[in-house]
Design a protein around this ligand. Structure first.
Ligand code: ZN
Ligand code: CU
Length: 491
């Protein structure tokens, strides 16, 4: 072979490959041509336009963040930096029943839709318009999109606190058809939230049947993560069983001191209920959650930290207890006066968090809220924390297993057959990290600190982190939930 004739556009040389399958690390070079991995092996004699010395580093598939609220954030490089800087190359948006599309708003978005953006950002009357915008925009990361049940209720109902009528369910089902045909990966529901909790099981089933017809996923933020967590998990399985949709149980947790330890009971439910239902779960590696300011969540928490408040922006980063004392009023009144607002809730037990994360069908979802002025540290830290704190420092699972949870597992759940593995023919979504140094640096006090030890990130064969000076770094693309048949493939 003539070494002066470059065979590859990029070769990552002499790294330790953790290929995403769960297999033990092995030493190899990874050659990239165009947007795909062209070879994995000894490539000493093959020329390349760009060579990267990966000795001492791990070469892994780019991470897939299956639980995000980045519907709007993916349009901007600045807000996607939180993902790329920890090795995430693909995100699933539209979780928790909240999606940006299809919805045009005249007034302010009702909570929790306000977590995604302001009124002006709700500008897509169809899901296809949102998909077109994603396809036209330079995207920092690859994007899959769910349509939100809560969004559909706000779109189709005058009073979304109640149950939907048969006509309204019919209208929402048409919207789900439209979204799935346009490339949605499935539907999310958020039965806990005020815009979504009026829906009964039958309503979810009716819409999830449409999703199942397109082989889409049903991602559920369950009705109760506290005292009735078991009933809520059972309801989710019922939705999946009756609709035949693949179930993703979102951000699994048991909230509130009285419920700590109940992950054992929930896992028993997974075994029983999941025997005939295909499903997976996601979780994040923290003992606190974050959402809109909600009395039910305050009630299950030992401490509540404000992340934003529209009428009182000065309270960001302070505790609800402090503010209540300072204002000298009952806590319920403080909550009312702060609305609309968001908070971090300290309500989980470490043993439960670890148990969920270690479960073999647990994916990692950051659940980060990019619009928050004082976000939960999971936004910048979740993936690095799995690698550093949970795999290396605590040895909860091996590095190979940690990578599998963040790559090939979510790729198989979401039908991304050509991603999630370092393998010839796959798309070159790659991350290079130092296994000894990798760690999260984002804290509750300083949440916007980037992870340490993530050296380089490539999206579809192009370096996206650190941002090269000569490129815009936006080589991500919209990933449709199902392969769209081309005309020639018809019949
Ligand atoms: Zn949620
Ligand atoms: Cu969420």
């Amino acid at each position: 072979m003539n070494a002066s004739q470059p065979v590859f556009d990029l070769v990552l040389r002499n790294g330790s490959v953790v290929d995403g399958s769960g297999r033990e690390p092995f030493r190899a070079d990874v050659g990239v041509r165009g947007e795909r991995i062209a070879a994995v092996g000894r490539l000493d004699h093959a020329g390349s336009i760009v060579n990267v010395d990966a000795s001492g580093l791990v070469v892994a598939p780019g991470f897939i963040d299956v639980h995000t609220h980045d519907d709007q954030a993916v349009f901007q490089w600045a807000t996607s930096e939180a993902k790329l800087s920890q090795g995430v190359t693909s995100v699933v948006v539209g979780n928790c029943g909240t999606s940006l599309a299809p919805l045009c708003l005249q007034g302010d978005p009702p909570p929790p839709l306000d977590l995604l953006g302001a009124r002006d950002e709700y500008r897509f009357d169809t899901f296809a318009q949102y998909v077109q915008a994603l396809q036209a925009a330079p995207l920092p990361v690859n994007v899959m999109a769910l349509v939100g049940h809560g969004t559909l209720r706000v779109r189709n109902m005058d009073d979304f606190s109640r149950q939907a009528t048969p006509e309204e369910i019919q209208a929402m089902a048409l919207d789900v058809h439209e979204a799935m045909a346009a490339g949605a990966a499935g539907m999310s529901s958020g039965l806990f939230y005020p815009i979504n909790c009026g829906a009964d099981t039958n309503e979810v089933v009716a819409l999830a049947r449409v999703v199942a017809g397109y082989n889409g996923k049903l991602a559920m933020h369950i009705r109760d993560e506290g005292d009735d967590v078991a009933g809520a998990v059972q309801e989710a399985f019922q939705c999946a069983r009756r609709s035949k949709a693949f179930l993703v149980l979102s951000h699994q947790k048991v909230a509130g001191k009285a419920n700590h330890g109940r992950s054992l009971e929930i896992m028993e439910l997974y075994r029983q209920e999941g025997a005939d239902v295909p499903f997976a779960i996601d979780a994040y590696p923290y003992t606190s959650g974050s959402s809109m300011l909600h009395p039910a969540l305050v009630a299950t928490s030992e401490k509540v930290l404000l992340t934003w408040s529209k009428p009182h922006p000065e309270v960001c980063g302070r505790t609800l207890g402090e503010i209540t004392t300072e204002w000298g009023c009952p806590q319920a009144e403080t909550i009312c006066r702060l609305q609309p607002a968001g908070a971090i809730y300290f309500m989980l037990d470490e043993a439960d968090v670890s148990r969920y994360l270690a479960w073999d069908r647990c994916m990692v979802g950051s659940d980060g809220i990019p619009s928050d002025p004082h976000p939960h540290p999971r936004l910048y830290g979740a993936f690095a924390r799995i690698l550093g704190e949970y795999a290396r420092d605590r040895a909860l699972f091996s590095l190979s297993e940690a990578v599998r949870k963040m790559t090939s597992l979510p790729a198989s759940v979401y039908g991304l057959g050509e991603r999630g593995l370092v393998q010839e023919g796959c798309f070159a979504d790659l991350v290079l990290f130092d296994p000894n140094r990798v760690r999260d640096r984002a804290t509750y006090a300083e949440p916007r600190q980037k992870a340490e030890g993530i050296e380089r990130v490539f999206v579809n064969g192009r370096q996206a982190w650190p941002l090269p000076h000569d490129q815009n770094g936006c080589s991500g693309r919209f990933l449709p939930g199902r392969r769209v048949q081309s005309a020639s493939e018809g019949t």
